[in-house]
Design a protein around this ligand. Structure first.
Ligand code: MG
Length: 368
């Protein structure tokens, strides 16, 4: 296989509802789409880097620069046997996993299309449907939050995750447990706390949460080890896990009992699968997190979520929760039971809507 050319394209998409976390508030997404022409077959993927460097150090702008000036020159003209070799070809660049992951995932889509198989099957997936949960941003009032949860439960979603931050933690959780005593509930702090806050996090244990996601520093495994010793509730790590080595350290040290795997954060399907396998061997369940993706990134998340150890419902939800109109056909829909059917057509299994994508595009560059 050889990549003949890649096309970078930035689209702007306005979210149906602004999304607020402890670190940022997003209204309009700047999404970098990557097309890779692999021996004449086009693969698609999405770079999940944000508008700001507040979740991770990468942004849509840094990803564009790294893809154009460093990753493309590394892989241009190289022959390889499978998409699984792309990660190693890009290894000279340190970090920038979201940039790498977008190029890598586009090649996976192309390979699946060349072989005429669904991407989920090519990466080793075993499910024909995946379980879906939702991630709900920080709301102004408790009533607003409870109403948002009610709406998602009515739509069928199997578990609810809410974003928390200091001052918006105990009260929201208490309210939700009053209104919805039996739902599967978790919280995500996006690194908003320090180890000194452990007594407060301990109080959350009274509300039988499934897990507390990324309470402490985004690159701080040590304090998560200390915190997990004090808590019975499992810690789930998100921001801390960028590599297979991070995942191994987190497991061996006892920094978490559950892992959130995001394709972009770990650099694509190859490393995501290695982390998945590692967690499986250690009895650590995983689930797929979301990055406010368009349909293209969502399609990759669906494929990833079919691997056997994705035993917990993830944040992969319907297109319409995010967009008036998505950029793929068909749009991603969720059943009344809170599941998504995994597509059976080749590649990501959803058709990019080229006209709509071009209409939303603010810049485009072909690299050959
Ligand atoms: Mg998270």
């Amino acid at each position: 296989m050889r990549i003949r050319e890649i096309t970078l394209q930035e689209v702007r998409m306005k979210l149906v509802d602004p999304f607020e976390t402890s670190m940022d508030r997003t209204d309009v997404r700047r999404i970098l789409l990557v097309q890779a022409d692999v021996d004449g077959v086009i693969g698609w993927a999405e770079c999940v880097a944000g508008e700001t460097p507040f979740y991770s150090p990468e942004t849509a702008d840094t990803a564009w620069l790294i893809l154009r000036d460093f990753l493309w020159p590394l892989i241009k003209g190289k022959e390889f046997a499978s998409a699984s070799e792309v990660w190693d070809l890009l290894a000279r660049v340190r970090g920038h996993n979201m940039a790498k992951g977008s190029l890598e995932a586009a090649v996976w889509d192309a390979e699946a299309k060349q072989k005429g198989v669904p991407l989920s099957k090519l990466i080793g997936g075993v499910r024909d449907e995946i379980a879906c949960g939702v991630s709900i941003g920080i709301k102004e009032s408790l009533d607003e939050l409870a109403a948002a949860v009610q709406k998602e439960l009515a739509a069928g979603y199997q578990r609810i995750k809410i974003k928390i931050k200091p001052g918006k933690d105990l009260d929201p959780v208490r309210r939700l447990r009053q209104d919805f005593p039996r739902i599967k509930l978790l919280v995500d702090a996006n690194s908003a706390y320090t180890l000194n806050d452990w007594p407060l996090l301990k109080q959350l244990e009274g509300f039988y949460l499934m897990m507390i996601e990324q309470p402490l520093g985004w690159d701080d495994l040590y304090n998560h080890v200390e915190l997990q010793k004090k808590l019975d509730t499992p810690i789930c790590l998100d921001e801390c896990i960028h590599t297979e080595e991070h995942a191994r350290a987190a497991i061996e040290l006892g920094a978490c009992k559950i892992m959130n795997i995001k394709l972009g954060r770990v650099g694509g399907h190859t490393v995501a699968r290695r982390i998945h396998d590692l967690c499986q061997r250690h009895g650590i369940p995983v689930w797929c997190g979301g990055m406010l993706e368009s349909g293209i990134g969502r399609a990759h998340n669906i494929a990833l979520s079919t691997l056997p150890n994705f035993t917990l419902a993830g944040d992969v939800a319907a297109s319409k929760r995010y967009w008036e109109e998505d950029i793929i056909l068909p749009e991603v829909t969720v059943s009344a039971q809170g599941t998504i059917r995994v597509p059976t057509s080749p590649g990501i299994g959803f058709e990019p809507r080229l006209e709509r994508i071009d209409k939303l595009t603010v810049r485009k560059e072909r690299l050959a």
